[in-house]
Write a protein that binds this ligand. Structure first.
Ligand code: NAD
Ligand code: G3P
Length: 366
């Protein structure tokens, strides 16, 4: 926490002229060769999207089986296995200088808790020439760092401030089927956000540019925690009135936290804010909602995680979000409730009862 917050004003007030921007007319001209780190659900769908737009895309996977499946059958045998991927998409298990020299764009689609590990590994190969894009939605446990803070601390300010963060309502399973999707690309260096927009933009995949990185990151990380809460609420049988109330109060809670960290409150009314919150809190396609729902039905967290088959970022973000709210001195009843279920072992019914017994509040000040 704090690295980005303390520097954001310095670089965001005049993003076109700050020392990190390189607006010499060459930005983005060569963005045709792309490396995607992480062949999970989201890495695969983004790689396929970019390949289908005519780019040369290489996706890095740890598993030889996944790499062979993509290269030989155009299928990711582990994730999104029902989909035939673009023939422009190649896969590799290799990460070396040659691989990075061959591309101008690097996209990191690794869960937030593993970001540092992968950045340590690729750091020697990255330069400011690369357009570096992150799609993580989480807060690192222990350090309470948002993705951008991790990037700056691992790769330094020059590369870190040039990074872009892509977020918003975007289930991988829909993106890969070319279902209409709108997202936000945020970078402190505005021309990098515009370059990301140009790279991904298509009639079925609209990208809006932004510079409020901390707002977009807070919204992306915390909507996962709120989706756990929404799933819990459905799991114990609460209905749509309760869901609407939860989403509304979740938005108020996320906005309070974001504003305390220096975010623009209007970001939370955008795609990465209420857009993603609404999507994830209302759909069984969401892994976070599903985890919450199963907890509400009485399953044990370990059993749910073991059988999920994919990451639910909210689970690891809960303890970090809880700690962050204590540090900031922000009232966070929904995060606290999810924390009590996940970390203290209370049942969803018990926690819900406690929440309903809170004293009456004033809507706009709480
Ligand atoms: N799936 C979606 O719909 C979606 C949409 C938007 C954003 N995201 C975000 O994208 C990120 C990735 O999510 P996902 O859905 O692709 O997750 P996933 O569980 O489908 O895949 C995770 C990927 O990380 C890799 N990985 C796991 N451990 C690793 C390690 N130690 N080193 C390197 N790689 C490792 C896995 O092999 C896999 O490729 C998350 O932060 C998520 O919030 C996901
Ligand atoms: O399946 P979830 O809950 O991780 O949500 C996926 C995306 O973040 C939705 O935008």
């Amino acid at each position: 926490m704090g690295i980005l917050q303390s520097k954001s004003i310095e670089v965001s007030e005049d993003t076109e002229s700050n020392s990190f921007a390189k607006d010499d007319g060459s930005e983005g001209k060569e963005d045709k060769s792309i490396l995607v780190l992480g062949a999970g659900n989201f890495g695969t769908c983004l790689a396929d999207h970019l390949a289908s737009l005519g780019n040369e895309v290489t996706i890095w996977a740890r598993s030889q089986e996944v790499v062979d499946g993509i290269n030989l059958q155009h299928k990711n045998v582990k994730y999104l296995s029902h989909v035939l991927l673009s023939e422009n998409l190649k896969a590799t298990t290799v990460l070396n200088q040659e691989v990075f020299d061959a591309v101008t764009v690097v996209i990191c689609a690794i869960p937030s808790q593993l970001m540092r590990t992968i950045l340590e590994r690729v750091k020697p190969f990255l330069t400011t020439r690369h357009l570096l894009i992150f799609v993580n939605k989480g807060i690192e446990k222990g350090t309470l760092s948002f993705p951008h803070d991790i990037v700056v601390s691992e790769l330094g300010e020059e590369i870190g401030y040039n990074a872009t963060f892509l977020s918003g309502p975007s289930f991988a399973a829909e993106v890969v089927e070319r279902k209409h999707t709108c997202v936000t690309a945020a970078s402190l260096v505005h021309i990098r956000a515009l370059r990301t927009q140009k790279l991904f933009h298509a009639p079925h995949f609209r990208v809006y540019d932004a510079t409020d990185v901390i707002g977009v990151e807070v919204a992306g990380a915390l909507k996962n925690v709120m989706a756990l809460a929404s799933g819990c609420s459905s799991g114990i049988g609460l209905q749509l009135n309760a869901r609407a109330a939860l989403i509304t109060r979740a938005l108020a809670e996320i906005t309070r936290i974001g504003v305390k960290l220096g975010a623009n409150p209007l970001t939370f009314a955008g795609l990465s804010g209420v857009g993603d919150l609404f999507l994830t809190c209302t759909s069984e396609k969401s892994r976070n909602f599903t985890v919450g729902y199963r907890l509400g039905k009485g399953e044990k967290l370990d059993d749910v995680i073991r059988t999920l088959g994919s990451v639910a970022e909210g689970v690891e973000t809960v303890p970090a979000a809880y700690e962050l709210c204590r540090k900031l001195g922000v009232d966070s009843p929904i995060i606290d409730a999810v924390h009590a279920v996940l970390m203290k072992g209370l049942t969803v019914d018990e926690v819900f009862k406690n929440v309903t017994h809170r004293s009456p509040k004033s809507e706009l000040t709480h």
